[in-house]
Ligand binder design. Structure first.
Ligand code: GUN
Length: 279
């Protein structure tokens, strides 16, 4: 069993990102990222702080538009329009989830597709489905980079993606399909999860449920990617996979923390730099 070390790969990518930013700056371009953060969800604030810090360390200019939970949709749209027009901003990120009174899709649709570093605009979602080069959501993109780093090629594999969110599961499914894996995608209405997971050569789980994947649900020699981030009762961070018991069965597995998480932020930097290159 080998650990897929996302922390190490993310550090390598961030170092190269800093070099890329330095050469862009020599050409008079400072990549810029704008983040919209609505409300006071502690997890969202933590993620945004991590993104800000990563930008700073890389030399990317970043600005966070913090808005109160009762902000109007019109005000959010107005802020996005302003950033769409701002020549110093290359990437716009709307931290999700947004409060219930806001139409999330309408907000995401307002981000200019050329600045959509999260890859959530329908234009970029369509490009991903068609396998046309465009912005790809950072977490599934990070998973693909991690697989690539370890010379793991999904072509012909039976892959199973557990979780069908717009942010993780659905783009993950398309990325794997574009690489010619045979993809099962499971969700809360899947009748018998184990039937699907236990067939998988490549099992990717992003649900947010501690110990969802147990040893009996995993094929011997499988590659297991855990995208879940959960807090245990003791305050420890853990994934969706029962790591201790599943790991010995795997050929490769990602730890939590230190697996996919750091890759998400690294990919955000890469997407922002790529947006700046197209200025
Ligand atoms: N909320 C949880 N994950 C993400 C993400 O990858 N991007 C954004 N914008 N919000 C999130």
């Amino acid at each position: 069993m080998q650990i897929l070390d996302g922390k190490a790969l993310a550090a390598k990518i961030r170092k190269k990102a800093a070099d890329d930013v330095a050469s862009l700056k020599n050409k008079g371009i400072t990549p810029g990222l704008a983040v919209v953060l609505v409300g006071d969800d502690p997890a969202s604030h933590t993620y945004v702080k991590m993104k800000e810090k990563a930008c700073e360390e890389t030399g990317i200019y970043s600005i966070v538009h913090k808005m109160p939970i009762d902000i109007s949709e019109a005000k959010i749209l107005e802020t996005i329009e302003m950033m769409n027009q701002n020549p110093n901003i290359d990437g716009i990120l709307i931290q999700l989830p947004l409060p219930a009174h806001i139409d999330t899709q309408k907000v995401l649709n307002t981000v200019s597709p050329e600045k959509d570093v999260d890859g959530f605009h329908p234009f970029n979602v369509g490009n991903l489905v068609l396998d046309i080069d465009s912005f790809v959501p950072c977490t599934p993109l990070g998973v693909m980079k991690l697989l690539e780093e370890y010379d793991i090629h999904p072509k012909g594999m039976d892959a199973c993606v557990v979780g069908a969110s717009n942010i993780v599961g659905k783009p993950m499914m398309h990325l794997l399909l574009n690489k010619f894996a045979t993809v099962d995608i499971c969700h809360i209405y899947t009748k018998d999860l184990k039937t699907h997971t236990s067939r998988a050569d490549l099992l990717i789980v992003g649900v947010g449920k501690q110990n969802l994947i147990t040893k009996d649900m995993v094929k011997e020699g499988a590659i297991v990617i855990d995208i879940g981030i959960n807090k245990t009762d003791e305050g420890k961070i853990t994934g969706d996979v029962d790591f201790e018991n599943v790991a010995p069965k795997c050929s490769y597995i990602t730890p939590v923390p230190g697996g996919v998480g750091p890759m998400t932020i690294a990919m955000l930097l890469v997407n922002t730099i790529n947006a700046a290159r197209k200025r």
